[in-house]
Every structure is written in structure tokens, then in C-alpha cells.
Design a protein around this ligand. Structure first.
Ligand code: FCB
Length: 443
């Protein structure tokens, strides 16, 4: 994608340049949620790792806020930890409110505009014990929590994401059994989906009721599923159908419901009509694509099997293919389907030695720029992540940070791509490929 002849590509002057994090992955000491309990169970997390002190943000996020500012970032997506704010059902913790107010103020005083996620994978223990996303009561619990958050923090934040990646919650939590509550039962998925959608919609209304100027959107994981090379035309047709059906179930059904598009198709899910028209913007979390093949023996996997296509570039830990063109495709698809402003609310890769990240960043931002040129309204980019952090079941093994973190010493070390991104954030433009080479070649 990069050619040295390419001129500098400019982004809109009000474009948001930032990074994204989540409470459990960076704060440390989040002992009152379901993930903390899950981490204590043998065999759940790679290498027996635990979140522990994480990146020590509860005590000192401000040191990393200084780093964001020094790297010319003007935006940050962070999450509030429900289990801190409401450690027991109905008991609100004023000290936690004060600390989050201090953090949000800390961002704003550095000219970093926050996007606030209300729930990023973790549930308070009491909510999980009460049935979690399977209980219809969670819709009311979550709406109450969202309303309190809007009242407590609405003067410090305008952009809100109620639930991070609900499609990942269903897939990994209830079908593949890799996230809490570790269920392997696809039959539980529709009920959980319904509650996640209704909780989002209830939060949307609660936040708007408190702050009419608020903007409420998604941070939705979109995974490209492309059929791989097939041995016959029949096989190719089956692969395509299976890929499209799974893509609808994983990627689009959520946004179709929330945007109010294709109401006749989504009515089958039941009781979700109230959710239509509850997204002011669409946040896209884009990481990778998968090549797939129809497989009648894999019902739990949506009758799909992943393929490795020779020549694919892949990131650390076999996390996935590096496929920048996918970002352009996804942005165009989302724009064509929904015509809402879009933010890239996450995009990144695990790459401990930073040999792929500079080019990854450059090529993905070039793809985003191509989408802008095609008329897509993209308003910001939040790289995942500023710092290495606790990567769920992969523990500390996968390094997503522009800045490396040693969790034992809390020492930070900038990777070369941090500087490349800083240069892009500072200038609001993608430099020529010669600049990329300069950063990519640094040790
Ligand atoms: C996303 C999650 C985020 C992080 C990245 C790597 O799916 O939202 O918390 O784990 O993947």
C-alpha cells in the first residue's frame, strides 16, 4: 500500500487521535468483578497470569495521561468499572466517583477528550451471581448504573459507549466458553443477545435523559470473514453462504437492531423493537480477518472452520492476519448500511518487538484515509493500546502497547511506533513512506 511517491495525506482538522484502554486491563486491584474470580481458577488464563496491579491506573493513571499528551494525542477511550462504582447492588461508592471525576478531569485538563465506556467485559460479582447477562433483571440494573454515571460524569464527557463488543461477550462467554461465565451452549446465546441489546438501548435513553447533548454509540467488534480458496464451485458457494450467515450473526445483527435497519429480519430475535434508533455514532473495533470454510461438523463454530492462506502476514501469538485493506472495507460497509458518523474505537496488534506495528499503523491509517476520500464520515481513531495491559485469557503474553510495560516493575518503555503515531497525531497527516522507514528501522 505504501509507495514513496505518495504525497502527504491530511486528515480533517477536528479529527480525534487517541488510544483506547479498559478499566480491568489497566486499573489494578479490581477484586469485585467476575473476571477477578475467573482469574483465580486454574487453567483459565495463559501462564496462570492475573490482572493484579495491571498498569496501576487506579493509583496513578495521570503518569500515562502525561505520556498521551506528550505523544500529541487529543482523545482517549477509557472505561468505568461498574464493580467499583456499585460494589453491591444499590450501594454507590462516592470515593470511586471522586477518583473517576479526577481522572476525567485529568484527561480534559491535558486537552484529551474522553470517550467513556460503561461496561468493558467485566460485571460486578453481585450482577454475575444474579445471573449476569442471562437474567432479564440486568436491563434494569444496567439502566440504573448508566443513569448514575451520566449524572456523576456527564459534565466531563460527551461521548459514551454503553457496552464494549457485545458480540464478543456472547461468542466467548456463552458459545466458546473462554470468558466468564464459560458456557458452551449456543442455545443460551439468543437470550443473552436480547438482554445486551435491551441494556444498550436502556442506557442510551438514560444517558440522553440526563444529558441531552450526550452522544451515545457502540464499540462493536467487526471481523471480516472471507471464504478461502475452495476445491470446487459447490464448495465455494457453500463457503460463501456460511461466511455471509456468520458475518450477519456476528457483525451486523447488532447494528441492524440498534440502527433500526432491517426491522423485519431482526424481529425474529424478539422483544428488541424498543432498541431501534439508539446509536448516535458507530464505533468500530477492527483487528483482523479470517479465511473460512464451511464445515458441517462444527455447529458450535457456526459451521465454519478457519483456514490459513499461504503468504498471510500474522501478528504475535497467532492472533490473526494483518489486513489493513479490511479497515477500508469495514468502514465503507458500515457507512453504506447505517450512514452514521464512525469512530475507529479500537485497532491494533500484539507485537512485542514492534517489527510490524509501524507499518500496521501506517497502512491502517492509509486505509482509513481512503475511506474518508470515498466520502465515509470517520471522525476519529483510537489505537489499542497506549500501553501493554492485561489481555484477558492471554494474560500478559500479548503486547498491544505503543509503550511496553513490565507489570512487575511498572517500568514503561516507548516502542518506535509510539513516536511514529505521535508524529501523525501532531501533524494530522500521514507522512510519506520515507518517514515510515525511519521509524520502522529503529531498534
Ligand atoms: C478487543 C477488546 C480489548 C482488547 C483487544 C485486544 O476485542 O475489546 O479489551 O482485548 O481486543
Amino acid at each position: 500500500m505504501v509507495t514513496s511517491a505518495m504525497a502527504e495525506r491530511r486528515f480533517p482538522s477536528d479529527f480525534r487521535w487517541g488510544t483506547a484502554t479498559s478499566s480491568h486491563q489497566v486499573e489494578g486491584g479490581n477484586v469485585r468483578n467476575d473476571w477477578w474470580l475467573f482469574e483465580q481458577q486454574p487453567g483459565r488464563i495463559k501462564g496462570g497470569d492475573r490482572s493484579g496491579l495491571a498498569c496501576d491506573w487506579w493509583r496513578n493513571a495521570e503518569a500515562d495521561f502525561d505520556r498521551m499528551a506528550a505523544l500529541h494525542q487529543n482523545a482517549h477511550r477509557l472505561s468505568l468499572e461498574w464493580s467499583r462504582l456499585e460494589p453491591e447492588e444499590g450501594r454507590w461508592d462516592d470515593a470511586a466517583v471522586a477518583r473517576y471525576r479526577q481522572m476525567l478531569h485529568g484527561l480534559r485538563s491535558r486537552a484529551i477528550e474522553p470517550v467513556v465506556t460503561l461496561q468493558h467485559f467485566t460485571l460486578p460479582r453481585w450482577a454475575a451471581a444474579g445471573g449476569g447477562w442471562e437474567s432479564p433483571r440486568i436491563v434494569g440494573w444496567f439502566a440504573g448504573y448508566a443513569r448514575r454515571c451520566a449524572e456523576c460524569f456527564g459534565d466531563l464527557a460527551e461521548a459514551w459507549v454503553p457496552i464494549n463488543e457485545p458480540n464478543v461477550v456472547v461468542t466467548l462467554g456463552y458459545i466458546m466458553g473462554r470468558f466468564p461465565p464459560a458456557a458452551h451452549n449456543i442455545l443460551r446465546a439468543p437470550r443473552v443477545t436480547r438482554h445486551l441489546l435491551r441494556a444498550h438501548a436502556a442506557a442510551y435513553r438514560a444517558i440522553h435523559a440526563v444529558g441531552p447533548r450526550a452522544r451515545v454509540g457502540t464499540a462493536h467488534n467487526i471481523r471480516i470473514l472471507d471464504p478461502g480458496p475452495a476445491p470446487s464451485r459447490l464448495a465455494a458457494a457453500l463457503d460463501r453462504r456460511a461466511a455471509d450467515a456468520n458475518s450477519w450473526a456476528f457483525n451486523w445483527v447488532w447494528l441492524d437492531v440498534l440502527s433500526g435497519r432491517a426491522a423485519h429480519r431482526v424481529r425474529r430475535i424478539g422483544q428488541v423493537e424498543e432498541c431501534a434508533g439508539t446509536v448516535d455514532f458507530i464505533g468500530v473495533n477492527y483487528y483482523t480477518r479470517e479465511h473460512v470454510r464451511f464445515d458441517p461438523w462444527r455447529p458450535q463454530g457456526g459451521f465454519l472452520r478457519s483456514l490459513r492462506v499461504p503468504g498471510e502476514a500474522r501478528s504475535d501469538g497467532d492472533y490473526g492476519e494483518v489486513y489493513p485493506e479490511g479497515l477500508r472495507r469495514v468502514l465503507l460497509d458500515v457507512w453504506q448500511r447505517y450512514r452514521r458518523p464512525i469512530y475507529v474505537t479500537e485497532n491494533g496488534l500484539p507485537d512485542a518487538d514492534d517489527d510490524l506495528r509501524p507499518r500496521f499503523l501506517y497502512d491502517h491509517l492509509a486505509a482509513l484515509h481512503a475511506a474518508l476520500e470515498a466520502g465515509v464520515e470517520v471522525r476519529g481513531y483510537y489505537h489499542w493500546s497506549l500501553i501493554d495491559n492485561f489481555e484477558w485469557t492471554d494474560g500478559w503474553a500479548l503486547k498491544f502497547g505503543l509503550i511496553a510495560v513490565d507489570p512487575a516493575t511498572q517500568r514503561r518503555t516507548e516502542r518506535p511506533s509510539a513516536r511514529l503515531y505521535a508524529e501523525i497525531c501532531r501533524s494530522g497527516a500521514l507522512p510519506g513512506a520515507d518517514v515510515l522507514r525511519e521509524f520502522a528501522q529503529r531498534p
